[in-house]
Design a protein around this ligand. Structure first.
Ligand code: DGY
Length: 381
């Protein structure tokens, strides 16, 4: 039997309550736990509703504030690790499901499909779903790119949504993750990267189950909305550099279904509000850092100070920039964080203009081929 966990922070309590009810009504689910970042309005609404829900469903529905477990910015990582600890120390359920609190299309099928794959013996089941061609820009240009450049022979580059927050863990996999000190330390947005890396490092078998309905989560405005996530996801990859993968994970991916037109036509971010981010607020310190980068990157970024430029930031230029970032980036150093963000914006805009504009099918094919090329080429040195 299973525990379902929703980590949350300032969510719409109506949607989260709906998801909690769906989860607790599932026959495989024995308990539902909501882990809040803090005691915000959403937390209070849920905490007030929980006793009645528990009574109606005849199984516990609990709400708790996340513990301070890690060493980085307190965020989603502390929330997920609080749940891991609760699951292992306070319960004897066999499986743990995580779902992001903002899924609008949540249904019992998300739980059923994960349970079915776990019944087949997989240690970890990860949900994946179709995403707009200009969504998932951290996934493609930071996480999958980094996995391909650094661990090309592992299954890591081929995991469809390595930052996905919807997954099932068996007790053994949960125990393995919590025992990993790097996972416990990662209190911020880097947690998804760390879970993914740790489960592969420990050789757990992975199944990726396809949810055709997608997640229909909120959309982003300018890419600035993603800056903290971007910086923390990159720093997470950087912190793992040099670790060797010796265990062999098996990895099976359910064949995807047709992609709904809403996803194919959706725009991932606001282009007009993003373009000025390339030019605005350069500091002399940030400009100095450009000296570390390959000539084409340096020249392109220098030109950005007066006009948004991005045609230079193609796949190869990004490989060069990524390598310099791996060697030099400093988390918590504002000039580095700003430059990483700008470089990634340039890469995202380049891809949008060169590939996403040519249509969904072309774009997704391009992205997958790009990962293959990075895995073949590796780092430049
Ligand atoms: C990603 O890149 O996957 C992030 O969720 C932003 O879309």
């Amino acid at each position: 039997m299973s525990l379902v966990v929703f980590p949350f922070k300032r969510e719409d309590p109506g949607n989260l309550l709906k998801n909690v009810k769906i989860a607790s009504a599932h026959p495989r689910v024995e308990e539902v736990l909501c882990v809040g970042f803090e005691e915000d309005d959403c937390f209070r609404t849920l905490a007030a509703a929980a006793p009645k829900l528990s009574k109606e469903q005849g199984k516990p529905v609990k709400v708790m504030v996340q513990e301070r477990l890690g060493e980085l910015r307190p965020g989603k990582g502390d929330g997920m690790n609080t749940a891991l600890r609760y699951f292992l120390e306070e319960t004897d359920h066999q499986r743990l499901h995580f779902y992001d609190a903002d899924i609008v299309s949540f249904s019992e099928e998300w739980i059923t499909k994960a349970e079915e794959a776990a019944d087949q013996g997989y240690d970890v089941v990860r949900h994946y779903f179709p995403r707009a061609s200009t969504d998932a820009m951290i996934t493609w240009f930071i996480t999958r790119t980094g996995f391909a450049l650094l661990w090309p022979k592992s299954v890591l580059p081929w995991i469809e949504q390595p930052l996905g927050g919807e997954l099932l863990l068996t007790r053994e996999a949960a125990r393995g993750l919590l025992a990993d000190h790097r996972v416990r330390r990662q209190s911020d947005w880097g947690i998804d990267t760390l879970y993914t890396f740790s489960m592969v490092k420990q050789g757990f078998s992975l199944y990726e189950t396809y949810m055709g309905v997608g997640k229909l989560h909120k959309l982003y405005g300018a890419l600035t909305d993603l800056k903290t996530m971007l910086v923390e996801c990159f720093a997470a990859i950087q912190s793992l550099r040099g670790i060797e993968l010796t265990e062999l994970s098996t990895h099976q991916v359910e064949f995807p279904g047709p992609v709904p037109p809403e996803v194919k036509e959706k725009l991932g971010y606001d282009l007009e509000r993003t373009l000025p981010l390339l030019c605005r607020d350069w500091t002399p310190e940030e400009e100095d850092l450009l000296a570390l980068f390959p000539p084409e990157v340096r020249a392109g970024m220098e030109a950005c100070r007066s006009f948004p430029k991005f045609s230079f930031m193609d796949e190869e230029a990004w490989r060069g920039a990524y390598e310099v970032l791996l060697d030099n980036f400093q988390l918590g150093q504002p000039h580095w964080e700003s430059l990483l963000f700008r470089l990634w914006v340039a890469r995202t805009l380049n891809y949008t203009a060169q590939h996403a504009l040519r249509g969904y099918d072309h774009a997704l094919y391009y992205l997958h081929q790009m990962i293959w090329r990075y895995a073949r080429l590796g780092l430049r040195r």
